[in-house]
Design a protein around this ligand. Structure first.
Ligand code: HMG
Length: 420
């Protein structure tokens, strides 16, 4: 029998503060509808220098271990996908290993390719387990990032921060991956990048959207070819993409998921061997179907709309949002996932929601993690954005969360909030 491999459990971490997106729009002299309806945002997470990629990753990973009673001796691999590195050499993952006091007998490393880095880690972990090399051990994959474009930039309302930790194992209670069906598409483009030494990303915003859509088309068609060959989907009155119960996309801002879904439908409508509308105009119209977007995509975006872009973690925040609301209804059903990282790399993959997904999601405290956040004014958000990254304010971390306390002699020291 083929080994089942996939995501057994997940946990999230977010900064302790957020700003309301309509308030930000008003402060920038922009019609709030541009940020809400135009980009699909509601709130934006605000990370201060004490909430760096290590502390967010460690907080999510510690929640994962605690909420799911994970036996650390079961873990053979710890990977952090991030593009918010804190050192050219020492990975975020080794800090997480130390802060969680995980055993030495494991592989520990970071993976980087813009927002695709977390998926690179997930695929390395799941294929390691599927190959048998893991010999029954599990992996923790953490996606942790701070999306930062700077004040008064076009990218400003698409900032955000947070982390999602995934337990990857042979007991995929949340999502059993269709290992081997993945489709990839990568190209050498300058759509978004962050040169060494810069805190803020450089982005060619509208071009980056086009790169995302082009890469999606290649990755989806690659997956579809394999899924058709394995009879996971078929051409019929329902197009192959329509046979997936839900489709999750990389979410730099929520409206992007709608654009991505239109593009995916267009791929199916253009390639359908028969029965598709003959003219490009008719195909475009059908691809934009609001009903299809509502049925297959909209329900996954609740967390993304309240946190903003979290680069590597954005796709997995969409997974958390979907399973938080709908895991019981989706039990046994196949969903599709599209990962995109600028530069660029993309991968379309699929998996089947597990029967125990609802029970597992009940163990995650997604709602309470968000409810504990403090709303700050735009003035306070701007003050936080202007703080030097290497001198964190001396704030007490909440129980069970980590915080960067200081950097001395080029070493970072973290503190954990005491249990209340
Ligand atoms: P912009 O140029 O300021 O906005 O920047 P716009 O003029 O394109 O307007 C945005 C939308 O709002 C449009 O909708 C407008 O029509 C609408 P669309 O036509 O696209 O459907 N709009 C309004 N709606 C209602 N009422 C109004 C109104 N006014 C306008 N009054 C942009 C937008 C996304 C380019 C900018 O925010 C940006 O540069 N963001 C960062 C880059 C980004 O997120 N790119 C996404 C693809 S690349 C990616 O996903 C990778 C990434 O995550 C990084 C990584 O991989 O590491 C970014």
């Amino acid at each position: 029998m083929k080994k089942l491999v996939g995501i057994e459990a997940l946990a999230i971490a977010v900064p302790s503060r957020y700003v309301d997106i309509q308030e930000l729009a008003l402060a920038r002299g922009v019609d709030p509808a541009k940020y809400t309806a135009g980009l699909g945002a509601k709130e934006m997470a605000v990370a201060d220098p004490g909430e760096d990629s290590v502390s967010l990753a460690a907080t999510a990973a510690a929640r994962l271990v605690r909420n799911n009673n994970v036996d650390p001796s079961r873990i053979g691999m710890l990977v952090v996908g991030t593009e918010t590195g804190i050192d050219h050499s020492k990975p975020v993952a080794s800090h997480v290993q130390g802060l969680l006091k995980l055993p030495n007998s494991m592989r520990v490393y970071d993976t980087q390719h813009a927002c695709y880095g977390g998926t690179a880690g997930l695929m390395a972990a799941s294929e390691w387990i599927a190959s048998g090399a893991a010999a029954g051990r599990s992996a923790i994959v953490v996606c942790s990032d701070i999306a930062r474009y700077g004040l008064n930039t076009a990218g400003e309302p698409t900032q955000g921060a947070g982390a999602v930790a995934l337990l990857v194992s042979e007991q995929p209670d949340l999502l059993a991956l269709d290992v081997g069906l993945n489709g990839s598409c990568s190209m050498d483009v300058y759509d978004f990048w962050r040169p060494l030494g810069r805190r803020e990303a450089v982005v060619d915003g509208h071009y980056s959207i086009q790169c995302y859509l082009d890469a999606l088309s290649g990755a989806y068609r690659g997956w579809r070819e394999r899924a058709l060959a394995h009879e996971v989907v078929r051409w019929g009155s329902n197009l192959p993409g329509e046979q997936l119960a839900r489709i999750l996309y990389h979410v730099p801002f929520c409206k992007m998921a709608r654009k991505a879904h239109t593009q995916l439908r267009l791929c199916d409508l253009q390639d359908a061997p028969s029965g598709a509308p003959a003219t490009p105009e008719a195909r475009d119209e059908l691809a934009k179907s609001a009903a299809s977007y509502e049925a297959q995509v909209a329900s996954s975006l609740s967390l993304n709309a309240r946190i903003g872009n979290v680069y590597t973690a954005s796709l997995y925040l969409a997974l958390a949002g979907l399973l938080h609301g709908e895991s019981a209804a989706l039990s046994g059903q196949r969903i599709g996932l599209l990962s995109y990282g600028s530069g660029c790399a993309s991968e379309f993959f699929s998996g089947v929601v597990g029967e125990k997904a609802a029970k597992r999601m009940a163990q995650t405290d997604v709602e309470s993690v968000l409810a504990r956040r403090e709303r700050v004014s735009v003035k306070e958000y701007e003050r936080i954005m202007n703080l030097p990254y290497d001198a964190p304010e001396a704030l007490t971390p909440a129980a069970g969360t980590f915080r960067l306390a200081e950097i001395r002699d080029f070493k970072r020291r973290y503190v954990e909030g005491a249990a209340s």
